[in-house]
Design a protein around this ligand. Sequence first.
Ligand code: SF4
Length: 353
Amino acid sequence: MSFEGKVIFESLSLVVVFVVFEFGDFVVGLERVFDVIRDRRARTVGLQFPDGLMRYAVPISRLVKDLSRVEVLLSGSSCFGACDVDLRLLASVDVLFHFAHAPMKRVKSLDSRVVFVEVSSSLPVLPVVKSAVGLFSGSVSRVGVVTTVQHLHTLGEVCRVLESSGFDPVVGVGDGCIAHPGQVLGCNFSAVAPDCDEYLFLGSGRFHPIGVAIARRERVVAADPYTGRAFVVDPEPFIRRRCGVVARALDAESFGIIVSSKLGQERLSLARELLGLVEEHGKRGVIMVVDVVKPDQFLGLGFDALVSTACPRIALDDIESFRVPVLTPVELEIALGLRSWEDFRLDEITCGR
Ligand code: SF4
């Protein structure tokens, strides 16, 4: 943990000190936390961190308590994304600070006491972006650029690298679930600009770039600042795995349809539609409402397959943990013969602007 104090403006009468709150590879927007506490005269505040930041939760809690002289309650509940606000903690605090996720419209409108505190990565991105540039096809002109929330502040420099290499970078604007141009979520690819020749994804892991490739059916180059690797994404193994999961559900007679009670994931009306489809096809279904989806919850309930309307990544990331196939809503339509594989896409939680 380090705090870097920088004098950014100085004159005879005025000194402005800009403090950067840096924890490991992350810059945390704590100045916003202090401003909100002061402006709202908060006395009790809640702090909610995702797993990746939990190791800094205690020092940040102490810092907020000591500098603002407020009572701090730290959330120990899940924090998978902006979709997942700790509503129980919210009931006990004046302000709930939710770290590391950009606001989502369906959650933001809930209560002005929920304040999203964005956290950015301090890792340099230009070396890996320069490596990625060499992986685009020769004929490419328009390159769609997307990233995850912690690298958004680098999009300007990323676009300049692309321009200086002769490309025309395009940053799309997403729907109401997406707070910033060029931002992608595991459940929302609406900010992936249409009509580009190829795409650049900046960030870690394979899920998001695969999602971009499936959403736009174009070639995607991924640049990972954590590993320093740039590579071309191949979505085919992922799609083949999903074909296998759907195939295992073809003979299912009984479906458990999962609805999350988390504010940003709750899709009860979609679950009702899916239940209607299941029953129209002579099968049985039950809607189950859960908070955190865990494989054990469904043991012994007799379902042949599950359909998740909760976070789309549950069906896609955790397949090994479930004893029965877990489908997305799109995949249920394929299993019931209502959609073809050519029309396969990832499940997305969308929000109108
Ligand atoms: S629904 Fe899933 S992918 Fe979407 S924001 Fe929440 S945790 Fe992330």
